[in-house]
Design a binder for this molecule. Structure first.
Ligand code: CP
Ligand code: NVA
Length: 305
């Protein structure tokens, strides 16, 4: 088990490259049923301000399989949803819970919670990052190719939370990461710079508006919704600019012949990905979704251990 006892995961870069590799190896062992770590009496709180299917359910099932309990603290049933300050909520929940996963808008909120709480705080998605998703993505890629180092992942679409965590995760794993999207929707320059630093000369970061250039020789094509939670009102107006970045059969043909397709889900078929590709032979989206549970079980056991 990686020695992450008591640690937070607010950004994927809170892990060192070695810790990331150890966590993925541990997730693989848990998935194979080699270990059954148990944390009876431990309670995970899920403090969510946005909708979730995979993250909520996979965290819950993972915690139950670890012998612990889960409290679903979505914003509609908590005082924090009515404006109680994060710093007050953090100090109170800290005294009840053993670990908390937070899904919210502003990264500063998970940071503030972590500043005021001593228990492990896990980022279950913010506007800036989605680190738990990328743990499962890297696990899926490693299962497919037997390694991560030297592979090329092409992400098509919005430079959003998923793109940011992919940049960091791929960099830490020694992969090449290509991000292609329309002008005005590139990932945050600070995250791109951070990914470049984390690469340590192993892989390369490419940020481009050219989808063909991005997918050339890529072993992994990855996409996500063109408008994230909180941006729904912009969804219609974004469509024309994003259309060239749709993951469809023609784009897939330009990638490496053994390329797989990933999507964090939920997907909008006919927008960022076609039904044909989503259901096609290259799709690994269901394996990827399953791996959320194995990766997060490894994370929970490691921070509780
Ligand atoms: N991929 C993901 O985080 O899905 P949910 O929004 O359903 O949790
Ligand atoms: N970028 C998406 C991911 C959903 C899992 C969003 O933030 O809505």
């Amino acid at each position: 088990m990686p020695p992450l006892s008591g640690r937070d995961l607010l950004s994927l870069s809170d892990l060192s490259p070695d810790e990331l590799a150890e966590l993925l190896a541990f997730a693989t062992e848990l998935k194979a049923g080699k270990h059954h770590p148990q944390f009876p009496q431990k309670v995970l709180g899920l403090l969510f301000f946005k909708a979730s299917t995979r993250t909520r359910v996979s965290f819950s099932v993972a915690m139950y399989q670890l012998g612990g309990q889960v409290l679903d603290l979505h914003s509609g049933v908590t005082q924090v949803g009515r404006g109680e300050p994060t710093c007050d909520t953090a100090r109170v929940l800290d005294r009840y819970l053993d670990v908390v996963a937070i899904r919210t808008f502003d990264q500063a909120e998970v940071q503030e919670f972590a500043d005021y709480a001593s228990i492990p705080v896990i980022n279950a998605l913010t506007d800036l990052e989605h680190p738990c998703q990328i743990l499962a993505d890297l696990l899926t890629i490693q299962e497919e190719f037997g390694t991560l180092k030297g592979l090329t992942l092409a992400y098509l679409g919005d430079g959003n939370n998923v793109a940011h965590s992919l940049l960091l995760g791929c960099a830490m794993a020694g992969m090449n990461v290509h991000i292609a999207g329309p002008n005005g929707y590139a990932p945050a320059p600070a995250v791109v710079e951070q990914a470049n630093r984390l690469m340590q000369g192993l892989g390369k970061v490419l940020v481009t508006t050219d989808p063909d250039l991005a997918v050339k020789d890529a072993q992994i094509l990855y996409t996500d919704v063109w408008a994230s939670m909180g941006q729904e009102s912009e969804a219609g107006q974004r469509l024309p600019a994003f259309q060239p970045y749709q993951v469809n059969s023609q784009l897939l043909e330009q990638a490496s012949s053994d390329a797989i397709v990933l999507h964090c889900l939920p997907a909008h078929r006919g927008e960022e990905i076609t039904h044909q590709v989503m259901e096609g032979a290259a799709s690994r989206v269901w394996e990827q979704a399953e791996n959320r549970m194995h990766a997060q079980k490894a994370l929970l056991a490691s921070v509780l251990g």
